[in-house]
Write a protein that binds this ligand. Structure first.
Ligand code: PMT
Length: 405
C-alpha cells in the first residue's frame, strides 16, 4: 500500500554500525511511495557507501557543505526546506550531542538547524554510551525541542554488549513514519478498548480462560492512537507490548474488567469491547489447591454468570459512549451478530467467524463484517492492524455523521 505516497523524507545517516540497515530502510520507504534523499556524515561513509545509498534512493547523496556541484543542483537550504520529515537513522551519541549543542559543523547538523520540518531521530549506540548521563540529557534536550525520538530497542549489540541502544529495525521505522503521517481523524476523541482474555479462578493455581491473544484489541488501540485519539486499553493477561501513547490497565477476571470499564466509560467518547470475556465464572474460588481424590472419577464446578460489560456500558443513561462490540461466532455468524447488536443495544458490532483456520483467535489476520443499524461493511481477510484502521475510519464516519445530523 502506498501509505507514504508523495511524502518527502530526508534520511540523515551518521556513523554507526546500524548504518548498513539504511539501504533496506530506503527501499521500504520508497516501496510505500515516499521520495527519499540521503545526507551522510563522513563517519557514516565508513559503514555504507554513498554509491549504495545513491543506487537505492535514485538520487545523488549529499555529504558536504562545501561541494559546489551539489550546491548547484539542490543546495543545503533547499534540501532543508524540501523535506516533509527529516529522519536521522542511525543517530549516534555524537550526532545527538552536536544537535543538542546547536552545532552546524557538517552538512547534516547544518540541515537540522536550517529546517523547519519535523525531525525524528533513531538513536543507535553502545548501551553504556546510551545510558551515559550526557547522552540522556542530550536526548531529553532534543525531545523538549519537539524532536521525535524513535527507539532505541534493547538487545544484543554489534559489540557483544546487551542492553538498550539498538537502532529500530527498518520496518519499525517505516511504521513510525506511516503513523507520523497518518491523518489525525480522531484527534480530540477518547477511546476505551477492552482486549485479550479474562481468567476466572477455580483455585489459587487454576483458572478458566480462552484463546484470545489480545492482538485484535491491541491493533485497535494502536490504530486509534495513530489517528490521534486518546486511548486507554483494559487488558486481560497477554504477552504483547503496549502500543505507543496508549494507557494500559491490566486485569485478570471479568469482574475486574467490569469494575475498571464502568469507572471510565462515561469519560470516553467511544467504547470498544474486543475482549473475549468469560460469560461464566466458578461460583466459589477454593482457598487452597483442589486435591485429586481417589474415590471419585468426576468433579463439577458450579458456575455463575459474569456481568455483561458491554451491555452495562450501552445501558448508561448519561454520557453513554458510542459503543462497539465484537461477536465471535462459529456458526450463523450474521444472525448471532445482528441479534447481539440489538439485544445489547450496541451502535456497531464487528463479527468474526472464529471457526476458520488462520483468522479469529490468536492469529495475525482476521476477516470481519461490521453491522450497524441500517448498514453493514465487509472487511475481507487482512492483517489485524489493517482491519483496525478500517474500523477506526468507520467509527470516525459514524461520529462525524451523527454530529452533523
Ligand atoms: O485476541 P485475539 O487473539 O486477537 O482474537 C480476537 C477475538 C477473536 C477475541 C476478537 O476478534 C473478538 O471476537 N472478540 C470478542 C470475543 C467475544 O467474547 O465475543 P462474544 O460474542 O462472546 O461477546 C460479544 C460481545 O460482548 C463482545 O464485545 C464481548 O467483549 C462482550 N462481552 C461478552 C461477555 C461479557 N460478560 N461481557 C462482555 O462485554
Amino acid at each position: 500500500m502506498q501509505t507514504l505516497a508523495g511524502k518527502k523524507i530526508l534520511l540523515g545517516i551518521s556513523g554507526g554500525i546500524a548504518a548498513y540497515k539504511c539501504a533496506e530502510l530506503t527501499r521500504r520507504l520508497i516501496e510505500r511511495g515516499a521520495e527519499v534523499r540521503v545526507v551522510m556524515t563522513n563517519a557514516a561513509k565508513e559503514f555504507i557507501t554513498p554509491l549504495t545509498m545513491q543506487a537505492v534512493s535514485g538520487h545523488p547523496v549529499s555529504d558536504s557543505i562545501f561541494d559546489p556541484a551539489a550546491e548547484a543542483s539542490m543546495g543545503h537550504i533547499e534540501l532543508a526546506k524540501w523535506a516533509d520529515l527529516v529522519l536521522l537513522a542511525p543517530a549516534t551519541a555524537d550526532l545527538i550531542a552536536r544537535m543538542a549543542a546547536g552545532m552546524g559543523n557538517d552538512l547534516l547538523t547544518t540541515l537540522v538547524l536550517a529546517t523547519d520540518s519535523p525531525i525524528a531521530a533513531s538513536p543507535a549506540m553502545n548501551q553504556q554510551m546510551y545510558s551515559n548521563v550526557a547522552t540522556q540529557e542530550n536526548i531529553a534536550t532534543l525531545a523538549r525541542r519537539n524532536m521525535q525520538i524513535w527507539g532505541p530497542a534493547a538487545g544484543e549489540q554489534a559489540c557483544g554488549d546487551v542492553g538498550p541502544g539498538r537502532m529500530l529495525e527498518p520496518m519499525q521505522l517505516v511504521e513510525k513514519c506511516e503513523a507520523y503521517f497518518q491523518p489525525k481523524l480522531l484527534a480530540g476523541k477518547s477511546i476505551l478498548i477492552t482486549a485479550g482474555p479474562t481468567r476466572e479462578a477455580i483455585d489459587p493455581v487454576r483458572y478458566i480462560s480462552n484463546h484470545s491473544s489480545g492482538k485484535m484489541g491491541y491493533a485497535l488501540a494502536e490504530a486509534a492512537a495513530q489517528y490521534g485519539a486518546n486511548v486507554t486499553i483494559i487488558s486481560g493477561p497477554v504477552s504483547l507490548g503496549t502500543p505507543n501513547s496508549v494507557n494500559r490497565i491490566n486485569i485478570d477476571s471479568a469482574q475486574e474488567m467490569h469494575e475498571q470499564v464502568m469507572s471510565l466509560a462515561e469519560k470516553h467518547d467511544v467504547f470498544i469491547g474486543c475482549a473475549a470475556v468469560a460469560d461464566y465464572r466458578p461460583a466459589n474460588i477454593a482457598e487452597n489447591k483442589i486435591k485429586k481424590t481417589d474415590d471419585k472419577n468426576d468433579m463439577s464446578i458450579e458456575m455463575v454468570k459474569n456481568p455483561d460489560i458491554i451491555g452495562s456500558v450501552a445501558a448508561l443513561k448519561s454520557n453513554r459512549p458510542f459503543t462497539v462490540g465484537f461477536a465471535a461466532e462459529t456458526q450463523d455468524v450474521e444472525k448471532y451478530a445482528k441479534s447481539k447488536l440489538t439485544k445489547k443495544n450496541l451502535d456497531m458490532i464487528c463479527a468474526n467467524d472464529v471457526s476458520i483456520e488462520g483468522q479469529g483467535f490468536n492469529s495475525n489476520d482476521n476477516a470481519l463484517t461490521l453491522y450497524w443499524h441500517g448498514g453493514e461493511q465487509r472487511l475481507p481477510l487482512h492483517s489485524k492492524k489493517e482491519l483496525a484502521k478500517s474500523i477506526m475510519q468507520n467509527i470516525h464516519e459514524k461520529l462525524t455523521s451523527s454530529k452533523s445530523e
